[in-house]
Design a protein around this ligand. Sequence first.
Ligand code: NAD
Length: 494
Amino acid sequence: MTFSHAEFQTLAHGLTPTGQAFIDGAYRDALDDETFETTNPATGEILVNVAHCKLADVDRAVAAARRAFNEGSWSRAEPEHRKDVLLKVAALVREHTHELALLESLDTGKTITDCLHEIGTEVPNFFQWYAELIDKTFGKVAATGPSALGLVVQEPIGVAGAILPWNFPLLMAAFKIAPALASGCSAVVKPAEQTPLSTLRLAELIHQAGVPDGVLNVVPGFGHTAGQAIGLHGDIDTVSFTGSTEVGRMFLRYAGDSNLKAVGLELGGKSPFIVLDDAAINDELIDHAAMAAFWNGGQNCSANMRQLIAAPLVEEFTGRIVERVKSFKLGDPLDPATEIGSMITKDHKTMVMDYIQSGLDDGAKMVIGGNSDLPGFFIEPTVFQNVTPNMKIAREEIFGPVLGIMPVQSSEEALAVACDTEYGLHASVFTRDIDRAIHMARALPCGTVSVNGYSEGDIKTPFGGYKQSGSLARDMGIEALSQYMQTKTIWICS
Ligand code: NAD
């Protein structure tokens, strides 16, 4: 069912979001009753006061998670039982898509259209996919002589922490919660302080589906309070973190300074979009280029913001991308026609505008955009031409709608420039030559390379970064389970 702009506005007025933490099967205030405000970045309106969880609340959540894990009603349940419950979670998310999408749109400034797609399709698919996977995983039997049986089994690791970013709140929650619960772990989840609302509502739906008390806990709070408490907690066995490379480093330190918990990191990026000289600059390529740069207002870890275009194609490419950008509709995220919503906060908008200024100062040519004189925290999609590899806008993750076009003289130069970064999350390559496509795909040091299309893959394929874009851990796919399971060898002697 689709609604009009006015209908979405009416539905939004009728929402009654909760800001309480979800601990041990119930909504609760922070133990010291402190709260913080969460606001709608598109309007500045305060949405609700949110429980400000700190160390004592995290302790309470971890104690509930550990008790539930040890009791075993979830961790040692038959896989078919966990499957049935997680399938109910998927069904409940589908049933509540509009409510969850509205919460997310109001809390993030993301467009309602994107929220509906992510929450109506991708989020429930995550729960369904891991539900269906978990009773089809098998251990191994080692090659032994006749006097022994060597079994290799996977067991849930215990209590999992999850730390979420603000750019795709419920999708990132599903990235972590679905494989953690499917594995039999208990979990303590901290949403980003800017965007706690959809994850808090999801916790209630997961409980309603039949996940026992204490198995899933959500503790809203700040990085230096709830986040640090999770990182340093001595009774959390693994943490899966998505966020900036800078904070990712802290989680490695937290683990070293506490109980050596496992740490899975999904971090930042500065991903290239490479168009080789045999590619056709057609509508499809331009749509992919625009999507790669401006989806979610560029607030996307795998945004392709360095667009390395074969020199003979630069003029045509630039003209076409500028035309595409002109057609983007910026505005009220609750209008289904809106394609680009708001930046997440005033500070974030200021930071992105500073990058735009640095592009101008460094001599890049702005061919469209740059305007921020709009109410709320909006920034027009911005395109720079004549960007060179040493400019700040070519090297640093901007996390906003600022695309840099860089001419390259050859595929070797494209590869060299693409690789010249500390990051390695994603790359796109456009060519009609299969040999060049294979060569580039293998040579690019990135967790995902997409050829002749911008894509991060889907639930079936692992997602994560090379170099400083992440650790060896992967979200999505069968590989995600390894963040939440550990390997035991059982050696049976006759
Ligand atoms: P961030 O690192 O500032 O915050 C992420 C989370 O970490 C938040 O929940 C925050 O509260 C918490 N945090 C912040 N400081 C902390 C501290 N000192 N101790 C413990 N926890 C702390 O990142 P962000 O601004 O929310 O998100 C943007 C970043 O996330 C970008 O760099 C982006 O590339 C990255 N990201 C990566 C992926 C991926 O899958 N690789 C996906 C989305 C976003």
